[in-house]
Design a protein around this ligand. Structure first.
Ligand SMILES: [Zn+2]
Length: 299
């Protein structure tokens, strides 16, 4: 929905005031001849860079590995980058609504790729919006990005298609690796603190035993119902789960209690993150996640 002009002005002013910086020092300042791409997180930034190669200039709005994207506050610098973008890649599904809000406030209309839409997942009810942990979605997303870049920059369509194919082959390896976990450990119980890694775990045939009231409260940063906390902690002492996969970007009293309950019971813990850690690209990051889950299950 479009906002009234007055509201847009007020919102933009508020955004400018709360400016915490995007870490790209060159917002949207595409080098001559490259396609300006803006993505909501560094995860989509890397995928877009894999497909676009040297032909694109990517600005990732959230690329601080320690930031929690759910509580991101937009900045004037981000607004500027978006106003110069030819292609925008967002997660969608309520995860990075600030992108749409800011797009509403600018007059240019970049092509927008929405990963949740690409996933084809049902957005009604309780969508797990962390679709970048779903490898078939990421595979399809690379194809969609290549198609959109080709329509923006038709001369280089063959390069975008070839880059996407090369990236998709690596994603196929990730799919094969999760299939290998499934072959060995299908049906094994796992616990999570947040739904972040859930698609990866489910694709690997693992069963999430965490009470939904617990993981939802952690994700939404609301109070965990005492019964849900108790039931979650009991998963470890009763060895109903073989691993705890927790979001290391969100910590708090309840998360720490669950973590120490797992450690006390000798249940392996696997840290995961919402955004890409420093020094990683998408494929090496996800390979490390898969390896960590596999060795946790093997121990
Ligand atoms: Zn999340």
């Amino acid at each position: 929905m479009k906002k009234s002009l007055a509201l847009v002005v007020a919102t933009t002013a508020a955004l400018a005031l709360s400016a915490c910086s995007s870490s790209d020092s060159d917002p949207g300042g595409a080098a001559t001849g490259t396609v300006a791409v803006v993505t909501s997180t560094n995860v989509y930034g890397d995928i877009a860079a894999q497909v676009g190669g040297d032909l694109v200039h990517v600005t990732a709005i959230i690329d601080d590995p320690s930031a929690d994207p759910h509580s991101y506050e937009a900045s004037a610098q981000t607004q500027l980058a978006l106003s110069r973008a030819a292609l925008v890649v967002e997660n969608g599904g309520g995860y990075d609504d600030f992108v749409d809000t800011m797009l509403d406030a600018i007059s240019t209309e970049p092509v927008v790729v929405n990963a949740v839409e690409v996933s084809g997942k049902d957005t009604g009810g309780d969508l797990n919006e962390h679709v970048w942990y779903d490898f078939p979605t990421v595979r399809a997303l690379a194809g969609t990005i290549a198609d959109e870049l080709s329509s923006i920059d038709a001369d280089n369509a063959a390069t975008y298609a070839a880059n996407a194919t090369a990236f998709q082959a690596k994603v196929d390896d990730l799919i094969a690796e999760t299939d290998a976990i499934k072959a060995e450990h299908a049906g094994a119980g796992v616990a999570i603190t947040e739904p972040v890694p859930l698609y990866l775990l489910e694709n690997a045939g693992l069963v999430n035993k965490t009470p939904e009231a617990f993981s939802e409260a952690i994700e939404e940063e609301t109070d965990v119902p005492p019964a849900a906390l108790k039931d979650t902690i009991a998963l470890f002492s009763s060895h109903a789960v073989d691993a705890l996969v927790y979001n290391s970007q969100t910590t708090g009293t309840e998360t720490e209690r669950v973590l120490s309950a797992a450690k006390d019971a000798g249940v392996p813990v696997v840290p995961v993150t919402e955004t890409m850690p420093e020094g990683r690209d998408y494929v090496s990051w996800m390979t490390a996640n898969i390896d960590a889950v596999r060795s946790a299950l093997a121990s």
